[in-house]
Design a protein around this ligand. Structure first.
Ligand code: NAG
Ligand code: NAG
Ligand code: NAG
Ligand code: NAG
Ligand code: NAG
Ligand code: NAG
Ligand code: NAG
Length: 614
């Protein structure tokens, strides 16, 4: 009984060992994973050996569904090759090779992310031996170029929590790409209340993945100079790659720590009457900052520019600018001192007019109060006559009488000046300026004007009389600063003498005009103005005309003489010149008054005198 039991156990063990041996007879070798880009063709190789030889085997391909279930896609034995219908691979797969070669290849074209599955190659031997191998198919897609968008609005450092900085986005990668934010060259790690990175992942129907990442941060003033960007990492067959977005910067609003105030215009020193522009600026950039420029008890503005027109010295002082941060209500201020320079009107001593006696001395002063150094000049009749605030006139005469202007300037500021005038009268006996000619010849019935220019102060009274005791009526009389200018019109009927009698409390001066009437039959009676000067030049003019007529007459006679003499020739220029001179001398003797017209013509033509004979 025990022996029979032992025998049956042995048989059972043998059977078991036999079966084991068959199991071990089919050996399948496959790669762990096969990696391809989306759209490419994947080749999954299945290699096998069997102790029975490789002929007549059954080959099957499966993939593992996400649920874990196996799905057959292919069957092959010695008689047939069957691609299972209705799977996602039916149209895109092919299997190469036969059992005889011990190598069989599953080829899948146009691989898609949904194809990322585990594939099983199952080999069944002729006997009961079976073997299987597994390969994971990995699919990759390089994502599109990533984008970055920063916030356009400025961010205040006063914000309590993190503020949105920007968004990075990378589209259609597989598997999911990663986004990492960088500030300058340092990656930003999410940090409680300071840095927040919120990713959002979108999976398309194609299983391609888009990732978006929003960065929020509490900004500091330094962030105004920082550059932000995203780094994208993604996997490709055999490794990982990375790409970066553009750099962006952000506008950071930060409060001022100091404000400066300055006079923007005018540049340089300020004078009364100028328009002033005061500017104020803080070193921060908070748009919510409020500015106020003010001076104690004076102008102020709720802005960062203060304009003042036509300023006076009272606007000198300290101008303060205050900047208030409306978020924190912190105030800071700065100030500037404005000084408005002034120049008061000139004060002359003596004032307006002064009367001095002849020979007396006069000292006048001119002063103008100013905040700056001044310079004074005295001007008479447009000519600068003295420098300095005091003017001294010694030994006064009628010549020193007149108007003196003192001009006070501030050399440091152009256009800053004032002036004042002083009129000086010199007291004394009248004095008539002697004209060039007091002896006048006039035509019968001609009307002539006689001028009498008198110096003297107080202004002399002028009386015109004639030698026969008659009074002549004054035509016009002008009072000048220096005296009086009187004119009388006389119609000449016979020889007369007219007197200009100028007198004041200091005495009298008299001037006589002798008028001779002449009869010119050719000259019609006209009105000629005989001024002191023109009366004299008239006689001279007549003399010149007479001499001219005489010379022309001489020329005429010379020409006539030559004409009579006829042909003469061959003389050198030098000889001509000397002869010419001598001939002129001769001609004085034989002057004749005829043929003046011809002489005039020659005169016009110049010195081109015909040669003489002899
Ligand atoms: C599979 O078939 C292709 C042609 O379709 C051939 O080029 C290739 O060599 C074959 N591979 C194997 C392992 O037989
Ligand atoms: C993306 O990030 C995850 C988690 O940090 C990491 O496991 C994965 O390897 C990263 N992928 C790439 C492509 O760097
Ligand atoms: C930063 O932004 C300003 C305008 O906001 C731009 O002018 C400047 O070029 C930017 N700098 C850099 C490095 O991007
Ligand atoms: C003006 O500013 C200075 C500092 O810049 C300060 O010392 C001074 O007290 C200020 N004056 C006024 C009137 O605010
Ligand atoms: C004197 O001052 C008046 C104004 O007060 C000005 O119009 C005039 O041009 C000045 N004259 C000179 C010569 O500076
Ligand atoms: C000029 O006038 C003064 C005062 O009126 C008089 O005394 C004097 O005789 C006059 N002389 C002549 C020349 O008319
Ligand atoms: C001048 O001529 C007029 C007539 O034309 C005559 O009446 C007068 O007497 C003459 N006078 C002299 C001074 O010859």
């Amino acid at each position: 009984m025990a022996a029979r039991d032992t025998a049956s156990l042995l048989v059972g063990l043998l059977v078991l060992f036999h079966t084991w041996g068959v199991w071990a007879n089919v050996e399948v070798n496959m790669e762990d994973r096969v990696e391809v880009f989306r759209g490419d063709t994947a080749q999954i190789t299945c290699m096998f050996t069997s102790s029975d030889g490789v002929g007549g085997m059954v080959i099957q391909w499966f993939y593992v569904k996400p649920s874990g279930e196996k799905q057959k896609i292919y069957y092959q034995d010695t008689t047939m090759k069957v691609v299972d219908r209705g799977t996602q691979f039916t149209e895109r797969m092919s299997v190469n090779g036969t059992a005889a070669t011990g190598e069989i290849v599953l080829t899948i074209s146009d691989v898609q992310p949904v194809d990322e599955l585990e594939f099983i190659c199952l080999i069944k031997g002729l006997t009961d031996g079976t073997g299987e191998g597994r390969t994971k198919l990995k699919v990759f897609e390089t994502p599109e170029r990533p984008t970055i968008e920063g916030v356009q609005t400025g961010i205040s450092v006063n914000e309590d929590g993190p503020s949105k900085i920007g968004v990075c986005e990378v589209k259609n990668g597989f598997p999911k790409p990663n986004i990492t934010w960088y500030r300058n060259n340092t990656p930003l790690r999410a940090d409680q209340d300071v840095v927040k990175v919120v990713p959002s992942i979108t999976t398309e129907s194609t299983k391609l993945v888009s990732v978006r990442s929003e960065l929020s941060m509490k900004v500091t003033k330094e962030d105004k100079d920082n550059l932000f960007y995203c780094e994208i990492t993604y996997v490709v067959p055999g490794g990982t790659r990375m790409t970066e977005t553009n750099r962006i910067n952000i506008t950071v609003y930060y409060p001022s720590t100091a404000v400066s105030v300055w006079v923007e215009s005018p540049k340089g020193k300020i004078k009364e009457g100028d328009s002033i522009k005061i500017h104020c600026q803080g070193n921060g950039n908070m748009p919510s900052s409020l500015f106020k420029i003010s001076k104690k008890d004076s102008d102020s503005t709720d802005s960062n520019v203060l304009m003042m027109d036509d300023v006076t010295r009272h606007q000198s002082g300290v101008y303060e600018c205050t900047s208030t941060d409306t978020d924190t209500f912190e105030e800071i201020s700065g100030n500037t001192t404005v000084f408005v320079n002034y120049l008061d009107p000139a004060v002359l001593v003596p004032k307006d007019t002064v009367v001095v006696d002849q020979g007396e001395e006069l000292t006048a002063t001119c002063n103008a109060l100013s905040s700056l150094q001044t310079q004074t000049v005295w001007i008479k009749n447009g000519v600068e006559i003295s420098l300095g605030h005091s003017l001294s006139l010694k030994d006064n005469t009628f010549e020193t009488a007149g108007t003196y202007m003192c001009v006070v300037t501030v050399p440091e500021i152009e256009g800053m000046e004032t002036n004042g005038t002083l009129t000086v009268y010199v007291r004394g006996r009248p004095y008539i300026l002697t004209p060039e000619n007091t002896e006048i010849e006039a035509s019968y019935e001609e009307t002539i004007n006689l001028n009498c220019d008198v110096r003297g102060f107080p202004a002399p009274s002028i009386i015109w009389t004639t030698s026969d005791g008659k009074n002549l009526e004054t035509t016009s009389q002008i009072k000048t600063e220096e005296g009086v200018m009187s004119v009388v019109s006389v119609t000449v009927t016979n020889d007369i003498t007219a007197f200009c009698n100028a007198s004041n409390e200091f005495g009298t001066d008299v001037l006589a005009f002798k008028i001779t009437a002449i009869n010119h039959t050719t000259t019609p009676a006209t009105t000629t103005t005989i001024s002191s000067a023109s009366a004299g030049s008239r006689g001279f003019l007549i003399a010149v005309i007479i001499i001219c007529i005489l010379l022309l007459a001489i020329l005429g006679s010379v020409l006539y003489f030559l004409y009579k003499k006829g042909k003469i020739c061959g003389r050198s220029g030098k000889q001509d010149l000397t002869k010419e001179k001598s001939s002129k001398d001769n001609i004085v003797v034989e002057m004749k008054s005829d043929n003046t017209e011809e002489a005039v013509l020659l005169g016009v033509n110049g010195e081109k005198q015909p040669p003489n004979d002899q």
